[in-house]
Write a new protein. Structure first.
Length: 172
């Protein structure tokens, strides 16, 4: 759904090229690309080194880690940055597109976890998770804005979420 909906509701009707949705290997800023990868490596290795993670620090099969690359990193970045942020940029400008894109990203990311978060820590836990997810959305939005490619954000997103599981798989 994350792939088909944007593809058929936005890219095809508006006749966007794949490049306009960030589906290009070329990057406009190698500095930002390198920052995104290093940030993903650092933020993804912290849960492994501390033994604490908000997502997963368990052994996952390689196949599942590949599916998570596609479903968690690629499809989310394609939908939120390649489509939503690109549409918002056309109507609101880059700054407001990043602001609102991050808010939408945060709200959708915690939407499924509200009951679990509220049971674990109440309203403060829900609000903390919302702020953290919005900040992640803003970071990924800035990365996309500076590079005009989804790939640096996809790599950063994946490494931040799943590097600890990759390290557990490799180090066992």
């Amino acid at each position: 759904m994350y792939l088909l909906l944007p593809l058929f509701l936005v890219i095809k009707p508006f006749r966007w090229r794949f490049r306009e949705a960030g589906l290009t290997i070329r990057t406009r800023s190698w500095d930002v690309t390198i920052f995104a990868i290093v940030f993903g490596l650092v933020s993804g290795s912290i849960p492994y080194s501390t033994g604490q993670s908000n997502i997963s620090i368990q052994v996952l099969p390689l196949g599942e880690l590949l599916v998570l690359f596609y479903s968690n990193a690629f499809l989310e970045e394609f939908s939120f940055r390649g489509v939503i942020q690109s549409l918002l940029e056309r109507s609101l400008g880059q700054g407001k597109a990043i602001l609102w894109g991050g808010i939408v990203f945060g709200l959708t990311r915690i939407g499924l976890d509200v009951s679990t978060l509220s049971e674990a820590g109440g309203v403060p836990a829900v609000l903390s998770a919302l702020v953290l997810q919005m900040q992640a959305g803003w970071l990924f939005g800035i990365i996309f804005m500076k590079t005009r490619s989804l790939w640096p954000g996809i790599l950063c997103h994946y490494l931040a979420n799943w590097l600890s599981s990759l390290l557990v798989l490799i180090m066992r």
